[in-house]
Design a protein around this ligand. Structure first.
Ligand SMILES: Cc1cc2nc3c(=O)[nH]c(=O)nc-3n(C[C@H](O)[C@H](O)[C@H](O)COP(=O)(O)OP(=O)(O)OC[C@H]3O[C@@H](n4cnc5c(N)ncnc54)[C@H](O)[C@@H]3O)c2cc1C
Length: 434
């Protein structure tokens, strides 16, 4: 229901400027001009809502899932670019110029207000640059933090330019209800930046954490434990994730998302399983105990809390075991009556973390590069393995949680659907949105 309400609200926000323009915008114009204005308005509205689809708003991302939120953000950003690029070309050779007394509603002529047009042209150039820069982020040499800073600043600049353009040369923005829509939506978009970069850090500053320990659990993988410093800790569900900032100011952009590998039932300490990957994760092993940290969370929908299925399948690849470990731990600590089976795929035996904890008849470890003396499963998690480990009845009734490399998740999801597991009973978390 909440999901439906969110999508309905999204649709409404995009349609509202068109509806308000139709009602309050004055006499009709040539249809191509209205299509041009409509495309421009929808592009601007989409861009404004993109701010809430940044992934940092739980009301959205904890409802539709972080992965869907980010896909929507990326897809709609591209759609807005397409609409915006078409927008100026559909006006054709319409007469343009300053205000004409005989055409007060600009039914026949287009405005050439210099400031409004310059703002529109600047946004027209900046928007494709901005979108291309986001799509090819990984091919550019800058750090993620630098890119994030530029992305936020660029987005703020573009909406300011679009506001000036829309209000000064947009025919329909002459109508007060339409103008108010743009003012309110732009204020809300800028307020999201204030929330993410100022208010949320201010709140986190009052709830610091201390690094308790960093323990190597496999080559290039670390178990990192944090304890709340003067507060009750994080109210999370097993399997969720949080943005972790270690050793920087609460206002720093140096924060990374990690799944929580501990169980809420274990108490206020939280632990993460971190694999070395880039500039921050490669330094994890050197962080001194006692270092101050901040946690923004919890986020994510990879959780079995509130689900009614009789059994839980946890299918992990590599460091994707982190959130599923949290769920397994929680189920064991709370004597959860549901049946559980875990499949954990890794490359080498040495890469398998928490071996003792994960050994048991309900866990299958599968290695793609096993040592000679390995007597367990070998290869990858494929349809044959799934067919051996799950009965048809389990496929028809259990909930399946996946986390691992994208290729593994895609193929396992495909195999599960082929076995009759409904999409509603497959939950997943991706560690990379690109
Ligand atoms: C929901 C989620 C849960 C994750 N859980 C785990 C986990 O439990 N264990 C684990 O080892 N890894 C996890 N990751 C991956 C982890 O976040 C990245 O490996 C880490 O951020 C890399 O940071 P870096 O500074 O070392 O490398 P960088 O080179 O700075 O970043 C490498 C890539 O990581 C991603 N990334 C970096 N910072 C951020 C950020 N602030 N927000 C979003 N993406 C970012 C970007 O795609 C970037 O290109 C998770 C990722 C996501 C999205």
């Amino acid at each position: 229901m909440k999901l439906f309400a969110l999508f309905a609200l999204y649709g409404l926000l995009l349609v509202l400027p068109l509806a308000l323009s139709a009602v309050y915008g004055g006499p009709p114009r040539p249809v191509m001009h209205d299509i041009a204005s409509g495309l421009g308005m929808v592009a601007f509205a989409v861009i404004l809502v993109e701010f809430v689809l940044s992934g940092r708003f739980k009301t959205v991302s904890n409802q539709i899932g972080m992965d869907v939120t980010m896909r929507l953000h990326q897809g709609m950003g591209r759609a807005a670019l397409g609409f915006a690029l078409l927008h100026p070309f559909l006006y054709g050779g319409a007469p343009a110029g300053g205000p004409r007394p005989w055409d007060a509603t600009r039914q026949l002529t287009l405005s050439t207000d210099m400031l409004g047009l310059s703002a529109g042209i600047a946004a027209f150039i900046l928007l494709p640059t901005f979108v291309i820069f986001a799509i090819y982020r990984k091919q550019t040499p800058q750090t993620y933090e630098h890119w994030r800073w530029l992305h936020g600043l660029g987005a703020a600049l573009i909406v300011m330019m679009l506001l000036v353009h829309t209000i000064r040369v947009g025919r329909y923005a002459d109508a007060l209800p339409v103008a108010w829509y743009w003012y309110l939506m732009t204020t809300a978009a800028v307020a999201t930046l204030v929330h993410v970069y100022l208010l949320a850090p201010l709140r986190e500053r009052k709830r610091p954490w201390r690094l308790q320990g960093v323990v190597p659990v496999a080559p290039r993988q670390w178990s990192v434990t944090l304890a709340p410093d003067g507060h009750a800790g994080l109210d999370y569900k097993a399997g969720q994730f949080a943005w972790l900032n270690v050793g920087h100011s609460a206002f720093s952009l140096h924060e990374n998302p990690f799944s929580i590998a501990s169980a809420p039932a274990a108490g206020p300490e939280v632990s993460f399983l971190i694999k070395e990957f880039g500039d921050f994760t490669r330094t994890v092993g050197q962080i001194a105990p006692g270092t101050r940290a901040y946690i923004d969370g919890p986020f994510g929908t990879l959780t079995i809390t509130g689900r009614s299925e009789p059994g839980v399948a946890l299918i992990a690849g590599g460091v994707g075991v982190a959130p599923l470990l949290g769920i397994l731990r929680e189920m064991r600590m709370t004597d959860d009556p549901r049946e559980v089976r875990m499949i954990y795929g890794a490359s080498k035996a040495a890469d398998v973390v928490f071996k003792d904890e994960l050994s048991g008849e309900n866990t299958t470890i599968i290695l793609s590069d096993p040592p000679d003396d390995w007597d367990g499963e070998t290869g990858i998690i494929d349809a044959t393995l799934l067919g051996r480990l799950f009965t048809q009845e389990q496929c028809d009734t259990w909930v399946f949680l996946l986390c691992g490399p994208p290729a593994m998740m895609d193929s396992v999801e495909h195999d599960l659907i082929a076995r009759g597991v409904s999409a509603r009973r497959i939950l997943s978390e991706r560690f990379d949105y690109d």
